[in-house]
Design a protein around this ligand. Sequence first.
Ligand code: SAM
Length: 159
Amino acid sequence: MTRLESFIRRMTAQRDILDQVCAEVAKIEGPVIELGLGNGRTFHHLRERLPGRRIVAFDRALAAHSSSIPEPENLVLGEIRETASRFIGIDAALVHADIGTGYEDRDAVTSTWLPDLTARLLRVGGIAVSGTPLDHPQLQRLAPPPSVPADRYFIFRRV
Ligand code: SAM
């Protein structure tokens, strides 16, 4: 598979998973946490699918398209490991983490702190969607939509 094909599959999986979980998240109280604003494409999608919901977005630096920039109070810049820790207890309905790099060694470092941070940001019953696996006793893995290839994108419920 070429990198272009792999990218298309990842974006399709991301869209299908976000569409599936947004239907459920609409019934769960609490804000949405977007870890990795990037260009703002998934932020834009979540904002469209969950109108009126507070979405707090995190990144090292602002690089989003002008159409996809959160309100200043909902944009948090810096290292996610530190900045998002300040939001522990926010009882999020959804945490979407799109901070995988495709480099095994870097993603292995992220996996030492991201699962626990995600579990602590979520309310019980809340949903996590992640581009990297989240191995944590309080995060129960859920099945992705049939269109999503195995181990391409991951969904969990906070138990
Ligand atoms: N979901 C975004 C979109 O649809 O446009 C793309 C996100 S991009 C793949 C990942 C982003 O996460 C990058 O902008 C990067 O700066 C940010 N990021 C990755 N690891 C981070 C960390 N540890 N702290 C802060 N930002 C991080």
